[in-house]
Design a protein around this ligand. Structure first.
Ligand code: HEC
Ligand code: HEC
Length: 355
């Protein structure tokens, strides 16, 4: 089984302490490769380094950065498009249908349902903090938020449409033609729709989670149980993969490092091949982008296949297949308590209800 783990080579470390990550991975028998992919992508730095309250020099997790400066009018236009069902072939489905911002930014289903009530093949991740992930989608096939949008537009079980149709529909709406003309010299185009929605998505950072407040020095922001949970999260090795400011979202890893998850689950589908579907490299089979754990208490069911209904279940599966160990009920409860401290506030632009 460990041999399988050693082939999970696609570790790409972002802006987190390398030594710690390398140590944690080494304890799993994994070798981190270079930081090539994430290093190439320039990421905005947080306004100030968080003050640490743990007594350590540096924590392997970081508070969320400030929301980057985004043109408010463009983001508001993006918000309107995000909620507009005309972006689907039959007017039934908006981005928000599967990424409900009042419910954690996803749809609460194991697999999403789109146009024609057709079921997709994979679980919908949250759009909250997605801007911070080093690539988009479970298999990382889109590099940017703008590129990502072509996926749902064309997907037969999502919006099932074409850019020609979407642009034609939006052009028939004088409010849209006016709003686009005010911001873009070429008016309503696919590129401008993508740009506006992505601008909105960049505002979807969930600040002020108790854990971030604790990182910034507010001792009482975490309960003793949550602090225990964080110590365990680092101590048992979750931190080797879920790390940095998004508590994940900065590397690819195999699902099933120390156990064969897919054999035990059965019924393997193409969606389970993960990164392999993009690279066709055999060593990428069953490799996924490590998901962010921010707001994870609100995004059940879990995993790309939606197979875990609750957080305790998901944590037990992770312990078994990623770390090769069984955690006690108390340990699981502590880790879950810590994970709940990662829930932040729904962002301002969304709350203001600008349409
Ligand atoms: C029918 C449901 C559905 C609709 C409609 C939909 N999505 Fe998604 N979204 C998904 C699913 C499922 C995934 C994961 C697909 C994958 O990884 O292969 C996803 C992935 C994403 C991601 C990547 C997040 C990450 O962490 O990788 C973003 C961002 C996103 N969607 C934004 C949008 C936007 C913007 C729209 C509208 C243009 C939209 N979605 C429409 C279901 C949907
Ligand atoms: C070797 C890397 C690795 C380690 C170690 C690891 N994880 Fe994960 N984690 C992943 C990957 C990859 C996924 C996505 C699996 C999938 O659905 O395909 C994931 C998914 C999850 C999810 C589900 C998130 C969601 O939105 O569906 C949770 C919760 C989670 N991990 C928590 C933990 C905890 C707690 C630990 C420690 C006990 C841990 N992980 C250890 C790589 C890792």
């Amino acid at each position: 089984m460990i041999a399988v783990g050693q082939r999970a080579k696609a570790a790409v470390f972002g802006r987190v302490p390398r030594a710690l990550a390398a140590l944690a991975l080494a304890s799993l028998g994994l070798t981190p490769l270079c930081a090539c992919e994430s290093a190439k992508r320039e990421e905005p730095k947080p306004a100030s380094s968080p003050r640490l309250s743990s007594g350590l020099d540096r924590e392997p997790l970081e508070a969320l950065p400030e929301t980057p400066p985004v043109d408010h009018a463009t983001a508001s236009l993006g918000r309107k498009l995000f909620h507009d069902k005309r972006l689907s072939s039959d007017g039934s489905t908006a981005c928000a249908s599967c990424h409900d911002l009042a419910k954690g930014g996803d749809d609460g289903l194991a697999r999403s349902v789109g146009v024609g009530k057709r079921k997709g093949g994979i679980n919908a991740p949250s759009v909250f903090n997605a801007a911070l992930n080093f690539v988009q989608f479970w298999d990382g096939r889109a590099k940017t938020l703008e590129d990502q949008i072509d996926g749902p537009i064309a997907h037969p079980s999502e919006m099932n449409t074409t850019w020609n149709d979407v642009v034609a529909k939006l052009k028939r709406d004088t409010e849209y033609t006016k709003a686009f003309a005010e911001r873009y010299p070429d008016g309503v185009t696919a590129a401008n729709v993508r740009y506006s929605i992505a601008a909105f998505e960049r505002t979807l950072l969930t600040h002020d989670a108790p854990f971030d407040r604790w990182l910034r020095g507010e001792q009482g922001a975490l309960s003793p149980e949550q602090k225990e949970g964080y110590a365990l999260f680092k101590g048992v090795g979750c931190i080797a993969c879920h790390q940095g400011r998004n508590v994940g979202g900065n590397m690819f890893q195999r699902f099933g490092v120390l156990g064969d998850y897919f054999k035990d689950r059965g019924n393997v589908t193409e969606a389970d091949y993960g990164r392999y579907n993009v690279t066709k490299d055999e060593s990428d089979r069953f490799v996924f982008r490590v998901p962010s754990l921010r707001n994870v208490e609100h995004t059940a069911p879990y995993f790309h296949d939606g197979s875990a209904q609750t957080l305790p279940q998901a944590v037990q599966v992770m312990a078994k297949y990623q770390l090769g160990r069984k955690l006690s009920d108390t340990q699981i409860a502590e880790i879950v308590a810590f994970l709940k401290s990662l829930s932040g506030k729904v962002p301002e632009l969304e709350l203001r209800g600008i349409r």
